[in-house]
Design a protein around this ligand. Structure first.
Ligand SMILES: [Zn+2]
Ligand SMILES: [Zn+2]
Length: 328
């Protein structure tokens, strides 16, 4: 059984209280090898197909300009979500001066992952009930056997977003609802989506002075970029709650998944994140790449961010499982 739900500070504002988190009731940490292999195939094959299909379908290859737009826009939106929506707005892992607060809200909105306040409310609810009843996107929702897990992965990856039950934003994000600028940015989500999709074709068209250049920039810098970022973000909800190493104490099934670290801007060190949700750094162990933490450090050095919750060695150690108890 997962341990000590009470020691975890999830960074929720007190106004969001009213319900106590139930213990995880969806089972233990048993691994059955056939299920593990099927799970891996389910994860790797479609993703490999997506990656392979793109250059195959596009026999012309990709220009450096389009690739630059893809990578640049990808990491702008990715860090907007990881540093802004997640570590700052959801968990308060640092304090930001007003211009940085607004910039993070805008950058995160460019990721096309829904309005800021809704994103934060859903994610705080995820932490409150992680992998237990009430979690909006647990892959263990339907049970533990193979069909239930495959269904659950689909649910956690995409299907949960179509759930009719919406997280009450006033209850889970009162601190954001009361900030007029944040409210406005959240409400104008569609505008930021249009801007986000329009920047690549605008740049591509102007640089090449051609409609074709605008079109290919739109394909790579807008469509492929958003699809990739979506799947990587959703993988934190699905893959990182199904597989991965679990060296830290958390009451759920969150795991550290090393091969998603660069693409997820450091968010796939998800076991540590659930063990210590307000920590500004998720990749706390040697060699664990966490570009979001690096950028937060630079913001701190520039004087834009302060009161950053950096995890010191004793804090990390206190959240470590006894070695013998780690089944991973
Ligand atoms: Zn999680
Ligand atoms: Zn979180």
């Amino acid at each position: 059984m997962p341990t000590s739900p009470d020691v975890i500070d999830d960074g929720l504002p007190t106004a969001a209280g009213g319900s106590t988190p139930p213990s995880a009731t969806l089972g233990g940490d048993k691994k059955r090898s056939i299920e593990q292999i099927a799970l891996l195939i389910f994860i790797v094959v479609p993703f490999a197909a997506l990656v392979a299909a793109v250059p195959l379908a596009w026999g012309r290859g990709v220009s450096w300009l389009d690739l630059g737009l893809l990578v640049g826009m990808y990491y702008l939106g990715c860090h907007g979500v990881t540093i802004g929506f997640h570590r700052y707005f959801t968990h308060g892992s640092f304090k930001a001066k007003r211009p940085l607060r607004i910039a993070l809200a805008v950058a995160g909105s460019m990721a096309v992952e829904g309005p800021l306040v809704r994103w934060v409310a859903d994610h705080r609810k995820h932490h409150r009930f992680s992998d237990a009843e009430g979690d909006p996107h647990s892959p263990w929702r339907f049970g533990e056997n193979l069909p239930a897990l495959l269904k659950g992965l689909w649910w956690a990856h995409i299907a949960w977003m179509f759930n009719e039950e919406q997280t009450p934003q006033q209850k889970y994000a009162p601190d954001l609802v009361e900030d007029p600028a944040i409210r406005a940015i959240s409400r104008h989500f569609l505008t930021f989506t249009i801007i986000s999709l329009a920047i690549p074709p605008l740049v591509g068209g102007l640089v090449t002075m051609s409609w074709w250049g605008a079109f290919t920039a739109f394909f790579w810098g807008s469509l492929v970029r958003v699809a990739l970022l979506h799947h990587v973000t959703w993988s934190i909800n699905s893959i990182c709650h199904a597989v991965g190493k679990r060296p830290f104490k958390s009451r759920d099934r969150s795991g550290n998944v090393w091969w998603l670290a660069v693409l997820s801007c450091g968010e796939s060190w998800h076991n540590l994140h659930h063990a210590d949700p307000t920590s500004a750094r998720h990749g706390v162990m040697r060699g664990q790449i966490d570009s979001s933490a690096r950028l937060i450090r630079w913001f701190e050095q520039a004087g834009w961010a302060h009161d950053v919750r950096w995890p010191d060695a004793s804090r990390i150690d206190s959240r470590r499982k006894p070695v013998a108890a780690d089944p991973a």
